[in-house]
Structure formats: structure tokens, C-alpha cells
Design a protein around this ligand. Structure first.
Ligand code: BG6
Length: 513
């Protein structure tokens, strides 16, 4: 089984895109370019687009960061493209592409730096014929987002002179409802909403987009996609990695802000939303927000938090969270969060959605499980308790977002033989087998869409505020009542016992992944 992320290869990407999907000439300016994201994800993604012939020929990239890096920057980015992007170091187009990559050192609050940046962009316009179109990508620490947007405005770079100026803003967008609102207000003072692209890289994943195709391009699932047939839904975003040296960031974030408020809530909305009137930014956004707004305030008893202690992951002993670099040795930051949601609408009333996300869990697996109700009577109940078919299992549709991307349907089949025994079996769709895989990441699609001005797969102001208004009361209650039992799960396990108890209380259990 392939374990790489699935996206379509550059050639397939090109085939699936009509010629008019190639953006106009532009310069992509990445703030925070010395960070990991630029090297591991953004530059490889831009290069995959280049390989696929999807970038305009008149194009340039400017990395902006505080350190004076000079040529070191280009070397580092090249390494990132080769290692992170799985590109052959001798690839014919690589040198040519690197010739378009520039670096500008400045402090993000330094007016002089913006004056020089503007001059650099004008020089690049002349050199590459990029015509004044800009895509700014804010990949800095979140504290700088408002400042950078303000400075771009103050230095005449936020409004297009001719073509377009768009700004991609990385997550986390705010750290609670109030700060998200303030950030929205700040950036909206300078930019119109159609210039702002709030990125959630989960929406760039093929498997996430496929949830909508699965539901709305097939006739057989939608009729049973509701409270009459579905018992409950589980969403797991499990990671076996720890915090990867990001102590200061993670200390302020925690699992709920880092993954649940954004990635997990996006997954939940795709599973739960009504069919949009069309596949466009506004209709999809409307349906997503309707789902989040229909979620009932979350009860504290429906939440679980955890923090990993020392343990074994993949056969190796790893340290506990409190011992990680630049982490408070008495930290109360949660590295695991689980909760139960109730979506009070016509389709979902009474169907719990259980969500869990965490670091240093037993394996990396992002998966959605739709568990159906049992048939009204168990005609073959005597078949239970026989060997591997030890009990009659409900039907399940499981969507593997990553790794081993695919979708399975579990149903009962008759065991060959003279008795009437049934056994759960799987019908499997596997991306790797059906389409092949490449090492590309979901950022290609999102960068391309932003260059083209397509906001369908980006978060909108209303959505960000809707998810924060669900999460903020939990964060506040957690902060007011510090955990007494941290660390409460061993690295390499499936999280704290309370997470299992959350489902056990309802007579359910997390699916074994
Ligand atoms: C990021 C989080 O948004 O998503 C990380 O900040 C997390 O902590 C990552 O590891 C997970 O992304 P993926 O694509 O590896 O599932």
C-alpha cells in the first residue's frame, strides 16, 4: 500500500485543467519564507505546477524573511524542492525555475523594508513581464498577519494598479472568537473580502475534495446520508509525530486550535452539508456555515483533553510533551482533543459526530467513519461468535483521507459452507490502484486557485468566526479549570482513557484504525 499523500501528478493535473486555468503573469511573495512551510510545501508545490505547465511563463517568486540569507535561500529552496517535492535534482526545468526565485530580507514592521520590497517587485515586473499582479502569502507567525497587511496598504501594495492583488493568510486565523474577529476587521480595513484567501491546506487534499464528489456525483449515497440510516459519524485526525521542534507555537496553540477548529471542522462540514446549488465559492461557503451554525453549544462533559507522556512510537521510545524543547515542563497545553457534536438540523438531529485529534498517537491516520444503523432485525444472529466473524457488525463507510487514501464499505457476506453464517467483508476503493500517486502536496491546488481568484476551497470570514464561536467556550472553560492529570496518555497509544469513555457512555466505540 502506498503511504505517500495522494494528489494528481503534474501531467494529470495539466490534463484535468482547461487551458484557461493558467493564471495571468504574477509575482508570488511569501512572507516568513525562511520557515519550514516554504521549503517543505510551498516551493515544491509551485515547482510541481511549473512542471505541469500550469504557471504563467511570466512569473517570479520573492521570499521575504528577517534573516539576511542571500544565496543560501535559493540553495535551501532547491533542496526543499528536490527532497520535499520528490523532484530529480537534474530536472531540466529546475535551474530555469530557480532563476525566478528571489529573496528580500526585512523586518515585518519596518517601513523602509516595504519601500524596498515595492522597488524590488517593480524591478521584477520589468525583468519577468509580470505586470504588477501579486499574490502575497503570509506564512509568518500569526502575530504579524495584521501588521503585514497594514504595511502593504500603507505602501501602496494592497490595491491592484492594473490586475490583481490577493493575500493568502495561513492558519491559525485568530486564537479565539474575539481575536479572529479583530483580525478579520483589521485585514478588511485594507483588503476587500475577495482579495483574502484564508488557507486550510486540508481543503487542498484530493481526498477531502472527494468527499463532495462521493456524496454529490453518485446517486446511491445521498438518499441514505441522514438520521434515518446513519447511527453516528467519527472523524479521527491522528498523528504519530510529536510537535517537531515547534514548542513555542504549540504551547500557545494546542490540539484544539491547531487541528480541530480548522481541519477537523472542515471535514465535518463536508460530511454534513446539504448539496450546494453549484460548485462555487459562495454556495459551498453558505452550506458549510449552515452546518457549523446548527451545531449545539458543546457541553463540557462532551469534551476530552489529553497530553502525551513518555512512550513508544513505531518501536522507538519518545519523550513526553513536557520534556520537548522549548516547552514549559509543567505545561497544560493539550496535545489531544476529542469531542461530541450535535448538529441540530433536519438531516442530522440525534446523530452524534465524534471528533478526535492528537499528536503522538499510535499511528498517522486521518479517517472519517460513517456508521449505519443495524438492520431492524438480526435474522442471522446465530452466526455470531464464530471465529473471526465474532459479532455482527454494522455497515460502515470509511473514508481514508491519509495515508492509504481510499474509501471502503463494510458489509456482511455469507461465509461459504453449509450453515448460514455471515461475516463482515470490505468493498475497497484505493486511490493508489485506481489513479496512481505522486509525492505532490495539497498546496498546488490552493496556490493555483488563489492565483486564479477561485475562493471555493478557502475559508471565509463567516466560517472562521462560526467555528471559533463553537471552540472558544471550550477553550475558556479548559483554561479556567487546568487539567489535574496531565500527562494522561502514553505516546504511541490512542489517547486518554476518557476518549474511549466518551463513546462508551453512548454504547459506542472508536473504530480501530
Ligand atoms: C497543520 C498543523 O495545520 O496540520 C500541524 O499545524 C499538523 O500540527 C498538520 O501536523 C497536519 O497536516 P497533514 O497534512 O500532515 O495531515
Amino acid at each position: 500500500m502506498a503511504t505517500t499523500e495522494v494528489t494528481i501528478s503534474p501531467e494529470e493535473l495539466k490534463k484535468s485543467s482547461s487551458p484557461e486555468r493558467i493564471p495571468d503573469p504574477c509575482v508570488v511573495v511569501i512572507f516568513g519564507a525562511s520557515g519550514d512551510l516554504t521549503k517543505r510545501k510551498l516551493l515544491p508545490a509551485l515547482y510541481h505546477l511549473e512542471q505541469g505547465g500550469l504557471l504563467p511563463s511570466k512569473f517570479a517568486v520573492v521570499g521575504v524573511a528577517r534573516r539576511p540569507l542571500g544565496d543560501e535561500f535559493a540553495q535551501d529552496m532547491r533542496d526543499g524542492i528536490v527532497k520535499g517535492g520528490g523532484v530529480d535534482a537534474k530536472d531540466a526545468k529546475l535551474d530555469e525555475f530557480m532563476g525566478k526565485v528571489n529573496y528580500h530580507a526585512m523586518n515585518f514592521d519596518d517601513a523602509d523594508g516595504y519601500i524596498k520590497l515595492k522597488q524590488l517587485l517593480e524591478t521584477l515586473d520589468k525583468k519577468h513581464g509580470t505586470n504588477g499582479d501579486r499574490l502575497f502569502y503570509l506564512a509568518t507567525a500569526p502575530d504579524y498577519f495584521a501588521e503585514i497587511v497594514h504595511q502593504l496598504g500603507a505602501h501602496g501594495m494592497a490595491k491592484p494598479e492594473k490586475g490583481m492583488v490577493r493575500v493568502i493568510i495561513e492558519k491559525p486565523f485568530g486564537h479565539d472568537l474575539q481575536s479572529a474577529r479583530e483580525l478579520n476587521d483589521d485585514v478588511n480595513k485594507v483588503l476587500s473580502e475577495d482579495q483574502i484567501f484564508r488557507i486550510d491546506h486540508y481543503l487542498g487534499k484530493e481526498t477531502v475534495q472527494n468527499i463532495l464528489v462521493f456524496r454529490f456525483a453518485n446517486g446511491i449515497f445521498e438518499p441514505i446520508w441522514n438520521r434515518n440510516f446513519i447511527d453516528h459519524v467519527q472523524i479521527t485526525a491522528a498523528e504519530s509525530i510529536g510537535i517537531e521542534g515547534r514548542g513555542p507555537f504549540y504551547e500557545k496553540a494546542g490540539a484544539l486550535r491547531d487541528v480541530v477548529q480548522n481541519h477537523a471542522m472542515e471535514l465535518l462540514s463536508f460530511v454534513a452539508m446539504e448539496p450546494p446549488v453549484s460548485f462555487g465559492a459562495a454556495p459551498i461557503r453558505t452550506e458549510k456555515v449552515k452546518v457549523w451554525k446548527a451545531i449545539q453549544p458543546i457541553q463540557m462533559r462532551d469534551t476530552v483533553r489529553g497530553q502525551y507522556g513518555q512512550g513508544d512510537v513505531d518501536g522507538k521510545s519518545v519523550i513526553g510533551y513536557r520534556k520537548e524543547e522549548r516547552v514549559n515542563p509543567a505545561s497544560n497545553t493539550e496535545t489531544f482533543a476529542a469531542m461530541r457534536f450535535h448538529i441540530e438540523n433536519w438531516r442530522w438531529a440525534g446523530v452524534p459526530f465524534y471528533v478526535r485529534a492528537g499528536k503522538r498517537l499510535a499511528k498517522r491516520a486521518t479517517e472519517i467513519t460513517i456508521q449505519f444503523k443495524q438492520p431492524p432485525m438480526l435474522l442471522f444472529k446465530d452466526s455470531a461468535g464464530t471465529g473471526k466473524c465474532d459479532e455482527i457488525q454494522p455497515n460502515i463507510i470509511s473514508m481514508r483521507i491519509q495515508p492509504n487514501e481510499g474509501i471502503s464499505l463494510r458489509f456482511a457476506a455469507k461465509v461459504p459452507g453449509t450453515t448460514m453464517q455471515s461475516c463482515p467483508v470490505n468493498m475497497d476503493f484505493d486511490y493508489a490502484t485506481a489513479f496512481g500517486v505522486s509525492s505532490a502536496n495539497g498546496y498546488e491546488r490552493l496556490l493555483l486557485d488563489a492565483m486564479l481568484g477561485d475562493a471555493t476551497l478557502f475559508a471565509h470570514r463567516d466560517g472562521v468566526e462560526a467555528t471559533w464561536s463553537l471552540m472558544t467556550p471550550i477553550l475558556e472553560e479548559w483554561a479556567a479549570d487546568p487539567p489535574k492529570d496531565f500527562p494522561n496518555y502514553a505516546a504511541g497509544s490512542w489517547g486518554p482513557a476518557a476518549s474511549d469513555a466518551l463513546l462508551a457512555r453512548d454504547g459506542r466505540q472508536w473504530r480501530k484504525l
